[in-house]
Design a protein around this ligand. Structure first.
Ligand code: BTN
Length: 267
């Protein structure tokens, strides 16, 4: 059966590096982030464990939203890490995950994938995936961090609720063919592994260079909803902590650390 094949392929993928040295597979779980956070509490040797599920019953999106997670079509997985840098630098991991996913999607499918700040994976102007980072800290260090990744791979858009369907896509919808989920999963982990190693060595410049190259909003007029406020201006790039730099109509600049970006005009 198709699902057994996916599971077998995910589990048998030869991963000799750190990321994915242990893969924990579920046919269905509430959320791979929830499962990973539990493992983070229970075990000390978490660095590099990856939790994968074929479906999720309580898939979590950013800002408390739900992540649609039907079985048999998409990728839902969480990379557990125990990095040696400070919690304030954790957004670098979201950036590394976004760059890894966008690069892997482009290499694996031939589609041109980009990133919309802070962590949306964009294909042809629509959202094809997202990243949700959750972590536990203690004594100003990271106890563990769970990087949850959802990619709409072979999903038909009819599954999605009306309010998000117009802004969403899947890789197969854009490619016109079915994509090998296990192969794409392996590719994402391989690319991420290289980026994580560079970050651990303190090499940040290549990550910023790649993120800026893949970013679809730079130079565009945007508005960002940041909780209780809307910031409008031109997206200029990101600062050293992953915040979005917005050039305001007044000529000043504001760095936004969380929110939802809407592109107002194509320039
Ligand atoms: C977003 O809102 O864009 C982030 C979506 C993140 C979804 C992934 S699917 C795997 C992992 N488990 C979850 O519950 N959420 C993340």
């Amino acid at each position: 059966m198709k699902e057994d094949f996916f599971k077998k392929k995910i589990k048998s993928g030869i991963r000799r590096g750190k990321i994915g040295r242990e893969i924990i597979f579920f046919d269905s779980t509430s959320s791979t982030n929830i499962a990973a956070l539990k493992i983070g509490e229970e075990r000390a040797d978490t660095d590099g464990i990856v939790v994968v599920s074929d479906s999720q019953t309580k898939g979590r999106g950013r800002l408390g939203r739900r992540w649609e997670s039907p079985a048999g079509v998409n990728l839902y997985f969480t990379i557990l890490l125990k990095p040696s840098f400070s919690p304030a630098d954790a957004p670098l991991l979201t950036m590394a995950a976004a760059v890894s996913c966008a690069s892997a999607i482009s290499d694996f499918t031939g589609l041109k994938a980009g990133i919309k700040w802070p962590n949306d994976l964009i294909v042809n102007g629509k959202k094809a995936g997202g990243i949700l980072l959750e972590m536990k800290t203690g004594n100003e260090s990271i106890k563990y961090v769970a990087i949850g990744i959802g990619i709409n791979v072979n999903m038909g858009m009819d599954i999605l609720p009306d309010d998000i369907r117009p802004f969403s896509t899947s890789l197969s919808e854009k490619c016109g063919r079915e994509i090998d989920r296990a192969g794409l999963f392996d590719k994402v982990l391989s690319v991420f592994e290289g980026m994580y190693e560079s970050l651990l060595k303190g090499e940040r410049a290549p990550l910023f260079e790649q993120w800026n190259r893949l970013n679809v909003t730079t130079g565009k007029e945007i508005s960002v909803e940041t909780g209780n406020r809307v910031v409008t201006g031109i997206a200029e790039g990101i600062d050293e902590r992953g915040g979005l730099i917005v050039k305001l109509p007044s000529g000043g600049r504001e760095v936004v650390s969380a929110g939802d970006v809407t592109v107002l005009k194509k320039r």
